[in-house]
Design a protein around this ligand. Structure first.
Ligand code: ATP
Length: 668
């Protein structure tokens, strides 16, 4: 490990990320050998054209994308090896695809805080604070997806702030916001960095707005950083120039000879609007310029004019690489190792911008901005008893003590098994609650489906031909209707739900939280249990009422029923994570319904099938669920029953393990 500065929140060294493109041999270097550091407490703006590599960079900071090569340290923690530790201290606002859309605003904030490791008391307190600060009081009880685009963005911004993270990564935070709310967001960003020492990485195209909020800016182009420094220094690097925006009244604008007079003082460009011009020149020629405006054009013809220094937008337009090969001086990002990380000691003499070809330290460029004031308490450590219900604000207090993060022998933040288990329990609870609340709008339909469909099956199937109401037929009809209902809701719905989460980009949000995949998947499975169980029980009740069956109602049903739900749901999750195409997923789910009705020995005895179909039947999970239910209903708890139970348990485990392996927890 190289020397690590204690003042830097983020250190990136020789970071490269390559993506394969459509063609087999072609590769795109989304990030190309980046080296830089961000001092703690800074607001760091990341600018660049579409496809410049900004999202790839921030995704790697969060562990959502694995670098091809290079190193990332966030608060001294290796983000590649320990992404969860970085996620625990990072608030992330993705550009699109946030989850928690079908819960109330207050719950979206509260649950996010809890999932980020915040104590219950602190999560509640911060939720109330943010609702107040963001002006969300009137909509606190509304579902997030019922809000306007701008309000939703504000909620998403609030979610990123939950847990009082040390690091905030905001991807286009002011998209869709009105001017008032944009100002609110920039003010909150500045306040957090100045007062709490939060480090902020800001991806934005809104250069003019960001100018007032950022301490440092990096301009990216083609995967490389072409310029980096404070906005002031970057602007200075454009030269001691000024710009005049001139708006002339009436038709025709400036006469030809007038344009030539301005052209002799600087460069003049006609704007898109009739009569609008931009003149750029050396600041020493300002008096000449003003004489031309006043004397040559005359104030009676001037609708408006603005004389300004170059803006950050001018820097961006000059350096994002689109203005031609000669326009952009570039900063090389290959510093000398020692020099690159000596940023804390680098002085005001560090240049804001370095001409192309010069090998220099990008980190040194960064050092000209002030680091967090000495009086600023260091931000909280996420590695304590984060889930402590009673220790309100525990993380904040830990931060104030600002000691080094406790590590085990391998540089990994130390956490006991008890703490991890407790965290898993909390994650499970809030993910489950979110899932349950998300499906509440469809509860009535699902329940009705779970009640009506099995009832209709028992009613209809027992009337086939001369009637199939003998004890044996009833056994198959009842167990078949029950398992058909579970398979529909468990396999079918869960497979599609995962597909929709992936398609809408919502997985990125879950993956950015410090939760385990298993907690996420288990919460999805458990959230289905209550919806599925009625479909399992209804056929038995209907058969009892219609035919007074004397099935054995034993405690074993308490094992068979939930286990069938979990096994089939886990298989549904595995299918949903394995099959990436939503269209294919829909085909599979619909095929499954046919297979269940026609081939799988759910409604028919397996011995009645031809041998090839028997083999096929034994490969299908519902076969074991139906068989174990039949055996339980006749009180046969022999070897076959135990074997079926073991297979269902194994399927639950295999489904969850498969899903957690195939789920895209990293976006690439
Ligand atoms: N998963 C991926 N697979 C293949 N190529 C990718 C992947 N992700 C990004 N890229 C490519 O990497 C390059 C950088 O993309 P990235 O999304 O990081 O740019 P960006 O600066 O964030 O753009 P924008 O401003 O449009 O969001 C692009 O050429 C993009 O096509």
């Amino acid at each position: 490990m190289n020397h690590v500065s204690r003042d830097n929140a983020i250190e990136v060294r020789n970071l490269t990320r390559v993506f394969p493109t459509g063609g087999s041999d072609t590769l795109v270097k989304a990030n190309d050998d980046l080296t830089f550091s961000i001092p703690r407490g800074q607001v760091f703006g990341l600018l660049g054209a579409n496809g410049a590599g900004k999202t790839t960079l921030v995704s790697q900071l969060l562990g959502l994308v694995r670098p091809t090569s290079g190193e990332i340290l966030v608060e001294g923690i290796d983000a590649v090896a320990w992404p969860d530790e970085v996620k625990a201290m990072t608030g992330f606002l993705p550009q699109t695809g946030l989850s928690m859309r079908l819960v109330e605003v207050r719950r979206a904030l509260h649950y996010t805080g809890r999932l980020r490791g915040q104590s219950e008391a602190d999560a509640r307190r911060q939720t109330a604070e943010l609702i107040e600060e963001l002006g969300l009081g009137d909509v606190r009880d509304r579902y997030v997806d019922q809000l306007s685009g701008g309000m939703t963005r504000l909620v998403n911004f609030g979610m990123a702030l939950m847990g009082r993270p040390k690091l905030l990564i905001l991807d286009e935070p002011t998209n869709e916001l009105d001017p008032h709310n944009r100002r609110l967001v920039w003010d909150m960003v500045s306040r957090r960095s100045a007062a709490d020492g939060t480090t902020v990485v800001l991806v934005t195209h809104n250069v003019l707005e960001a100018e007032s909020a950022v301490d440092q800016v990096a301009v990216m182009n083609g995967g490389r950083i072409t310029a980096m420094g404070t906005p002031g220094r970057l602007k200075e690097a454009l030269g001691d120039s000024i710009r005049l925006e001139l708006f002339v009244k009436g038709d025709g604008g400036l006469a030809r000879h007038e344009r030539e007079r301005f052209g002799a003082v600087g460069t003049i460009t006609a704007g898109k609007r009739d009569g609008s011009y931009l003149v750029q020149t050396d600041s020493a020629r300002m008096p000449e310029l003003m004489r031309l405006v006043h004397g040559e054009v005359g104030m009676d013809r001037v609708a408006d004019f603005r004389l300004t220094r170059p803006t950050l937008e001018d820097v961006y337009l000059t350096m994002d690489g689109r203005s031609g090969p000669d326009a952009a001086p570039s900063v090389t990002t290959e510093p000398d190792a020692a020099e690159g990380l000596a940023s804390a000691e680098a002085s005001e003499t560090a240049a804001g911008l370095v001409p192309a070809g010069a090998v220099t330290s990008a980190a040194a460029v960064l050092t000209t901005a002030p680091s967090a004031p000495a009086t600023t308490p260091a931000p909280p450590s996420p590695f304590g008893e984060a889930g402590d219900e009673t220790a309100s604000g525990a993380r904040t207090r830990q931060a104030a003590s600002a000691g080094p993060v406790p590590r085990d022998g391998k540089g990994v933040p130390a956490r006991g098994a008890k703490t991890r288990l407790r965290r898993m329990g909390i994650d499970l609870k809030y993910l489950w609650l979110e899932q349950m609340l998300e499906v509440r709008t469809t509860w009535s339909w699902v329940l009705m489906f779970g009640l009506l469909m099995p009832t209709a099956m028992v009613f209809g199937l027992t009337r086939i031909g001369n009637g199939l109401s003998d004890e044996q037929s009833l056994l198959f009809i009842v167990s078949g209707a029950a398992i058909f209902s579970v398979a529909n809701e468990g396999i079918g719905t869960l497979a599609q739900r995962i597909g929709v989460l992936r398609q809408d980009g919502m997985m990125v949000y879950y993956a950015s939280l410090p939760i385990s995949r298993i907690s996420f998947l288990a919460a999805m499975v458990f959230s289905r249990l209550l919806l599925i169980l009625p479909g399992l029980i209804t056929p038995m009740i209907v058969a009892k009422l219609m035919y007074d069956t004397d099935f054995v109602i034993s405690p074993a049903l308490l094992l068979v029923l939930p286990l069938s739900c979990m096994a089939l749901s886990a298989i549904g999750l595995a299918i949903g994570t394995l099959v990436r195409s939503m269209d294919l997923l829909l085909v599979i789910v619909n095929l499954m319904i046919f297979v269940l009705l026609l081939v799988a020995p759910v409604l028919i005895p397996i011995e009645s099938l031809p041998v090839p179909l028997q083999v096929f039947g034994y490969l299908l999970p519902p076969t074991y669920a139906a068989e174990s239910l039949r055996l339980a209903l006749v009180g046969d708890f022999g070897a076959t029953f135990l074997f079926d139970i073991a297979v269902l348990a194994a399927m639950t485990a295999a489904g969850l393990v498969g899903a957690s392996r195939w789920i895209r927890w990293r976006t690439a």
